[in-house]
Design a protein around this ligand. Structure first.
Ligand code: PGA
Length: 244
């Protein structure tokens, strides 16, 4: 089954979130045939969960701390995400890595914590433009996935998000997506060999209803992690339909 996850980032108020969810549910088929997730800002988690979870849509946190509680002003703990209705958590988004100093070492702990609290980690990986231009794309992806050697196996979704394609309107070309996803699959096979886990690999970066069908036709593209286009319920409903 394909997956589509809306990453609202630091957008929408409760009034706007309610309008989005009500409109999305009106537009969606009762059985959309895809796994759907929404990652709202923390203040909206409860509200969005109550609206969409009865319809089978999962709710994700946008980040979570490795410690279950404590003196970490401004952070949110995995059990708090669960309590607010989340079943998953986005980890390692490039904006967290770039602007908030998120490291692979911290992510190793966060993945373990997510599993401990029964949350599905959606791990984001991707290269910057400078790294791509320097021919380092696969090395960067390999490095970012190497934390799986330390976490060990568990339920996981991965999103390939080339940093230069996020929020820029500049989607990666098909050949670039195919190369990256094939490499990620090989690395996942290496890290998770002999386990029961089959990890879907989502693409993220300027996904729109115009570009999504072609992406979904590429090998090893199991869906999308969507920022900008996921703030418009009409567009997001269209993406859900395309994935179904
Ligand atoms: P975008 O964001 O669709 O606006 O490029 C994707 C993401 O950051 O997950």
């Amino acid at each position: 089954m394909r997956c589509v996850v809306a990453n609202w980032k630091m957008n929408l108020t409760s009034h706007e979130a309610r309008a989005f969810c009500e409109d999305l549910l009106l537009r969606m088929a009762p059985d959309p045939g895809a796994e759907i997730g929404i990652a709202p800002p923390y203040t909206l988690l409860h509200q969005v969960s109550e609206l969409v979870r009865p319809k089978g849509i999962q709710v994700f946190g946008q980040n979570g701390h490795a410690e279950p509680k404590g003196a970490f002003t401004g952070e949110i703990a995995m059990p708090q995400l669960r309590d607010a209705g989340c079943s998953g958590v986005i980890l390692g988004h490039s904006e967290r890595r770039q602007f908030f100093g998120e490291t692979d070492a911290a992510l190793t702990q966060k993945i373990k914590a997510a599993w401990q609290w029964d949350l599905l980690p959606l791990l984001c990986i991707g290269e910057s433009l400078a790294q791509r231009d320097a021919g380092q794309t696969l090395a960067v992806l390999g490095q970012q996935l190497s934390i799986l050697a330390e976490t060990g196996p568990g339920p996981l979704w991965v999103a390939y998000e080339p940093v230069w394609a996020i929020g820029t309107g500049r989607r990666a070309e098909a050949a670039q997506v195919v190369e990256a996803h094939a490499f990620i699959r090989a690395e996942l096979n290496r890290h998770l060999t002999g386990t029961e886990y089959r990890v879907p690999i989502l693409y993220g970066g300027s996904v729109t209803p115009e570009s999504f069908p072609e992406l979904l036709g590429l090998p090893e593209v199991a869906g999308g992690l969507v920022g900008g286009a996921s703030l418009d319920s009409r567009k997001f409903a269209e993406l859900v339909k395309q994935a179904g």
